[in-house]
Design a protein around this ligand. Structure first.
Ligand code: MN
Length: 334
């Protein structure tokens, strides 16, 4: 067993001994301790496998963050890289953050925008938008990043679609930590990204060996993942391929990273509305998702992504049973 794997097993052992959550579903109270949730591999297209860290069976959301895919680092020097043809979204924002590589975003509002490391793309679907994401023909040899979704509350989820590219983000150096603020507010700084619920997204680069401390908001729940390297977070070993869920009620976080480690801290006030998530849609009911699927297949609502080299992706078949709404802890409603 590798050292990383051993540390990971130890962390799982330690967190599994912590008390299980006994809170009734949908009720936001203080969560005990921290839970390390291993992600799972999901093949995307012919060449790419991503690690899905949210949603998981027992943890659907961190704040309004409802989807977390970590991809790479992958060597794409001799390959096309990312190739995601036009597809629709409703009820969410997509947040794209790269550590390596380049992606060209095209959407049905007419935006054509390259994104490179250190920049942030935030696409707000509102009622409906379509987009494609591709590595340009000439692209860097590595592809590495995260794609995140944020569930939209009412009335934003029924509102206008929007796309924003943020080339400049707040960046600062604390005692033992470099911070880049993607979303929300931290340490008196504010990200230009527009979100619709109290939310945080920040890249943390511990410069150790001394532990770094970060002040947190007790009304937020948090999740932490290692995009590269490993870290010790309040005594728990955090390795890539896992999400460390930290409940509400925390005033601070102490972390120590290996040199070069880059962590992603996600947080927000608990989002208590049960969601139906299916394919690229976030809704509140089976009927809403069925309507979104029908609109996409009929060419309504989501618009057209101009100049993409591939035809739009057809929606997969719906399951034969009704889609169920799930709350943030995985509880089923309706
Ligand atoms: Mn998408």
């Amino acid at each position: 067993m590798s050292e990383g794997r051993r540390a990971y097993s130890r962390a799982v052992e330690r967190t599994e001994k912590m008390p299980a959550e006994t809170r009734p579903p949908g009720v936001a109270t203080v969560d005990p301790g921290s839970v390390l949730l291993p992600g799972h591999d999901v093949p995307l297209g012919r060449y790419t496998t991503v690690r899905r860290l949210l949603p998981q069976r027992q943890r659907r959301l961190v704040g309004a963050w409802c989807f977390v895919d970590h991809f790479g680092p992958d060597d794409v020097a001799e390959r096309p890289g990312m190739e995601v043809p036009p597809h629709p979204h409703t009820g969410l924002q997509t947040v794209t953050w790269l550590l390596d590589g380049e992606i060209l975003h095209r959407d049905s509002l007419g935006n054509v925008q390259p994104i490179r490391p250190g920049q942030l793309n935030v696409m707000t679907s509102g009622h409906g938008i379509a987009h494609s994401e591709r590595s340009p023909a000439q692209h860097p040899p590595l592809m590495h990043g995260v794609q995140l979704w944020v569930a939209l509350p009412d009335p934003a989820r029924a509102g206008e679609a929007d796309f924003a590219h943020h080339a400049e983000l707040p960046r600062w150096r604390d005692d033992d930590l470099d911070v880049t603020l993607l979303v929300g507010e931290l340490a008196g700084e504010r990200s230009p990204a527009v979100v619709h619920t109290p939310l945080l997204g920040a890249q943390l680069e511990p410069r150790g060996p001394a532990p770094a401390t970060l002040r947190l908001r007790p009304d937020f729940e948090y999740g932490l993942l290692a995009m590269s390297g490993a870290a010790d977070v309040d005594g728990v070993a955090l390795t890539p391929c896992a999400l460390l869920y930290l409940g509400t009620g925390r005033e601070r976080l102490t972390l120590r990273g290996e040199p070069g480690s880059r962590l992603l801290l996600l947080g927000g006030t608990p989002f208590d509305e049960p969601l139906v998530m299916w394919w690229n849609f976030v809704g509140r009911s089976h009927e809403e998702v069925v309507a979104a699927r029908e609109d996409w297949m009929a060419g309504h609502r989501f618009g057209v992504v101009a100049d993409d080299p591939a035809p739009p992706l057809p929606a997969p078949a719906l399951p034969t049973t009704r889609l169920k709404a799930r709350d943030r802890s995985g509880g089923v409603h309706g």
